[in-house]
Ligand binder design. Structure first.
Ligand SMILES: C[S@@+](CC[C@H](N)C(=O)[O-])C[C@H]1O[C@@H](n2cnc3c(N)ncnc32)[C@H](O)[C@@H]1O
Length: 372
């Protein structure tokens, strides 16, 4: 059995070393066709193929494309199996699934698939959270078309690409597109689960807090996790009415609908996860000042944000935050990722004078404490 491993070396023409033209050409092709991978991934997830692989692997089974196609409603199962095999071998080449190859009865290659370690993030129900809804949102047709406006937006009149495509800011638009709003809220809640479970392991700034307000807290998943760990904390989840109306009832969490630019509920600490990166500096200061008014004299803001490295190196730990910075450029007027000194300046300019502390959490996320 020939096992394809992620690091097995392969040269396109045996005995001919790749020259610089070939290396850069292949990298350029990789960039140009990047969207093929998430589009294929989305189709494979929607067809239930990844969940089928994950379930089979719990009994130690690897599945062939024929076995996977048998569960699809396709009329021509053989044709469907051929397509499934082509989709999964692409995903194998990107380490989403593992592939082992045998020789079939007619001498043909017979591939069997199992989930690779990365695959767990695409399962619908991983206890640590999932990236499945985010994978759906990132290439959603109503969202993807906003990216076609990026160049015009940069050279234009100050409207960002999302506004150019939809005629209004992103969170206003979400109130008009219930389907996309649901995908987005699920994506945020599921992605936050992982970051928050790491936060609960690595950050100890909730001790001594009895009322914690999560401003822009989505449907309350973050506060549910925090209040389950810190039973003495009462959670107040604060978000726009179109989000709060989708929020489930959660133990230890009270939901309040409102606008953070107008007011923020009182609490001993205010949690802001992935909120400051949506705003320009002026709006961050407005929000932070509203939080300042809602805090007691010894209160603090806990902002959980991606922190940008200063040097754009070609490594995932830099590519990920710089990619998120592009997402902010596309989606939100003035939205951007920031470096640690930029966050410290925002805190100071908003009147937080006692403490600025940064704790690393996970995958470029930091917990930033601004003491009043
Ligand atoms: C990027 S999401 C972050 C959600 C959540 N904090 C998380 O990290 O999973 C931003 C959230 O801010 C909310 N939001 C945007 N503008 C708001 C406003 N003016 N007042 C209150 N919430 C707002 C959005 O509805 C959304 O739930």
């Amino acid at each position: 059995m020939d096992k394809m491993s992620p690091d097995s070396s392969w040269t396109p023409m045996a005995g001919v070393a790749a020259d610089d033209d070939e290396t850069t050409w292949l990298r350029a092709q990789e960039l140009i066709w990047t969207c093929v991978v998430p589009m294929t991934l989305k189709a494979v997830m929607n067809l239930g193929l990844l969940d089928a692989l994950i379930n089979a692997a719990t009994d130690g089974r690897a599945l062939t494309a024929d076995e996977l196609a048998a569960q699809l409603p396709a009329v021509d199962k053989a044709e469907a199996a051929f397509s499934v095999d082509r989709m999964l071998r692409l995903l194998a080449s990107f380490n989403v699934v593992n592939c082992s190859t045998d020789t079939g009865p007619g001498g043909e290659a017979l591939r069997r698939y199992t989930p690779a370690p990365m695959c767990r993030w695409f399962a619908g129900n991983h206890p640590q959270g999932s990236l499945a809804s985010l994978a759906m949102f990132a290439v959603d047709e109503d969202y993807l078309r906003t990216w076609h406006q990026l160049g015009a937006a940069v050279a234009g009149d100050g409207q960002v690409a999302f506004e150019k495509a939809n005629g209004m800011p992103m969170f206003e638009y979400m109130g008009t597109n219930r389907r996309l709003n649901t995908v987005f809220n699920q994506a945020m809640a599921q992605q936050s689960k992982m970051v928050i479970s790491k936060l609960l392991e690595r950050f100890h700034g909730f001790n001594g807090v009895s009322v914690l307000v999560d401003v822009g807290g989505g449907t309350g998943a973050t506060l549910e996790m925090i209040t389950s760990r810190y039973k003495h904390i009462t959670g107040v989840n604060y978000d726009l009415p179109n989000v709060i109306c989708q929020a489930p009832s959660l133990p230890g969490v009270k939901h309040i609908a409102g606008n953070m630019f107008e007011s923020v509920p009182n609490g001993e600490a205010i949690f802001l996860k992935s909120i400051l990166h949506l705003q320009n500096d002026e709006d961050c200061i407005k929000i932070l000042k509203k939080c300042h008014q809602a805090l007691p004299p010894n209160g603090k803001v806990i902002a959980v944000e991606i922190v940008l490295p200063t040097i754009p190196e070609a490594v995932p730990a830099a590519q990920n935050p710089f990619r998120m910075d592009m997402v902010m450029l596309n989606n939100h007027r003035g939205g951007k990722e920031r470096t640690e000194p930029e966050f410290a300046k925002l805190a100071k300019d908003s009147g937080y004078t006692s403490v600025f502390r940064a704790t690393y959490i996970f995958a470029n996320y930091w917990a930033l404490e601004f003491g009043k």
